[in-house]
Ligand binder design. Structure first.
Ligand SMILES: Cc1cc2nc3c(=O)[nH]c(=O)nc-3n(C[C@H](O)[C@H](O)[C@H](O)COP(=O)(O)OP(=O)(O)OC[C@H]3O[C@@H](n4cnc5c(N)ncnc54)[C@H](O)[C@@H]3O)c2cc1C
Length: 491
């Protein structure tokens, strides 16, 4: 992978900006289907939040069957790179007499479970204290970030059609009427393509192209969402600085620098955290959260990251002091990127809302569904929006129009900043779902390219859906016996 521009190849069929879950899915799908693709990533590695944010967990959920399943299988070929998890301990399931409780939830490697077991979340009773359903159905995927990024790179390279530029950001968009005509990259290079995908999470590309966006909670009246606040609110889902601890032979508590208090100075008490056992045996710890989303915006990213580092030290100190079992662990890694769950979202041709989530596939009436999800409405402790997770009764679908901007015809947005209301985004933003949006975006670009369709709006939804189904993307529920069989046999 090179950070150096290749002066001979400045023209592509598709340029994808951002190489996280969405960008990887888009670049891979399009390159496999014959497009010459340029994938531009500003950081030094592929994988986005799953790698640099330390989110090495795919939570349970329908839909993770296309490219995510292939990536999982690739990781299975490497030692200790991937595992399936079940819930271990959970503070809500412990008897009140047990003191101290576990500091949150624990995800433990479960060799008895398979990938198929990870493909369901919906139907859980609302009360997290109910243990039976979650133990039975909630399994997910744990992976090691470095092999994950390395497998992404190999899969892209094997297409023979994807140029990957890491350490390169786009800095300027050029357009003519309703079409993007090219990008200037921050190394000064000019690149051009027929089609473009914004997979930057914060939709920096679509916003630079002049597309409308929204940030924070929409008012209840805007989309008629009963879960929305009466007035628009700047509230944002919390951000977490994930860290990793590794077993140590020496018992002890890691000391705090003098300028860091041992008590919690940002909430009433230290937040709970998700402890995910890594396939290699460490824990990654995901605090819920480390900083309110709005505070990240107000402080600005660099200052927010510095403050989150201090909070991480205090939280880890607190965990070691309060739960002596962790005195056998040492903090070995802190994510280089703060895990930001929510940012601006494009206002596209269709805005996915709470109505879609509540209607589910049984009652949604769209002919262009290109991914499905069943994750809860999950606002991570935002009290104004009710806080916590509100489980869904059945899976819902995401229409292709959520990727389509209103004013640009050769751009798709395939990342957590696609056209979702804040409530809808709190549900569908998971890594595997974003990878599937990417797979749909890349496929749409490939169809447009081969059919000589200049506007991505005109890609026929039935062709797009048919191609995705052929790529084993799950678009309906219950799952077809054929797909079930493929997943079982493909393990
Ligand atoms: C703390 C936290 C915990 C989470 N837990 C889970 C979980 O357990 N399970 C789960 O499935 N999901 C989880 N998620 C959600 C999930 O990780 C993200 O929503 C998902 O990864 C978003 O994918 P994406 O493609 O939209 O963006 P990202 O993965 O963030 O990728 C965006 C990429 O774009 C790049 N980029 C940005 N700007 C530019 C530019 N100008 N030029 C070039 N490149 C650029 C970035 O460097 C990055 O690599 C969690 C999220 C957070 C924050």
């Amino acid at each position: 992978m090179s950070g150096q521009p290749n002066p001979e190849k400045t023209s592509y069929d598709l340029i994808v900006v951002g190489a996280g879950s969405g960008g990887f899915g888009a670049a891979l799908a399009a390159a496999r289907q014959g497009c010459r693709v340029l994938l531009v990533e500003k950081s030094g590695s592929l994988g986005g939040n799953a790698v640099r944010g330390g989110v090495n967990v795919w939570e349970p959920g329908v839909g993770g069957t296309g490219i995510p399943f292939e990536l999982y299988k690739r990781l299975k070929g490497r030692e200790n790179a991937v595992a399936i998890y079940s819930f271990g301990r959970h503070v809500a399931w412990e008897s009140p007499e047990i003191q101290p409780h576990f500091p949150g939830g624990e995800l433990v490697v479960d060799p008895e479970k398979s990938y198929l077991d990870t493909l369901r979340r919906f139907g859980a009773p609302p009360d997290f204290g109910e243990e039976h359903f979650r133990r039975k159905y909630w399994h997910g995927v744990l992976f090691e970030p470095d092999p994950y990024a390395a497998e992404m790179e190999s899969m892209l390279r094997e297409t023979g059609r994807c140029t990957v530029r890491t350490g390169t950001a786009f800095s300027e968009v050029h357009r003519d009427g309703r079409l993007i005509t090219g990008l200037t990259l921050d190394n000064g290079e000019q690149v051009t393509a027929h089609y473009y995908v914004d997979a930057t999470a914060h939709i920096v590309f679509a916003r630079a192209a002049g597309e409308a966006s929204s940030l924070g909670r929409e008012s209840r009246s805007l989309y008629g969402e009963t879960g929305a606040p009466p007035e628009p609110s700047p509230q944002l889902n919390g951000a977490s600085l994930i860290f990793r601890v590794s077993g140590s032979k020496k018992l002890g508590v890691e000391p705090l620098p003098d300028d860091i208090p041992s008590h919690c100075w940002w909430q009433r008490e230290f937040p709970a955290a998700v402890f995910a056992q890594s396939p290699a045996g460490d824990y990654t710890i995901n605090p819920l959260p480390t900083m309110a989303g709005l505070e990240v915006e107000e402080r600005g990213y660099p200052a927010a990251y510095r403050e989150c580092l201090r909070r991480t030290q205090a939280l880890w100190h607190h965990i070691q002091v309060t739960y002596p079992e962790f005195q056998n662990f040492r903090k070995v890694w802190v994510a280089p990127a703060l895990g930001v769950r929510e940012g601006p979202r494009m206002v596209g041709r269709y805005v996915l809302t709470e109505h879609d989530l509540d209607a589910g596939l049984s009652y949604q009436n769209h002919n262009d569904l290109i991914a499905i999800s069943d994750h809860a409405k999950d606002t991570h402790g935002d009290s104004e929006a009710g806080g916590g997770a509100k489980e869904l009764n059945e899976p819902y679908g995401i229409p292709y129009r959520c990727l389509l901007p209103r004013n640009t015809d050769n751009l798709l947005v395939a990342c957590r900043g696609a056209s979702f209301s804040s409530i809808a985004a709190s549900s569908c933003r998971l890594s595997r779902t974003m990878m599937q949006l990417g797979q749909a975006a890349g496929t749409a670009a490939a169809i447009a390219s081969s059919e000589k369709i200049s506007s991505l709006v005109d890609v026929p939804p039935e062709s797009l859906r048919q191609s995705l189904i052929e790529q084993r993307v799950e678009l309906s529920w219950p799952r077809s016996p054929e797909l079930n069989e493929c997943l079982r046999n493909g393990e």
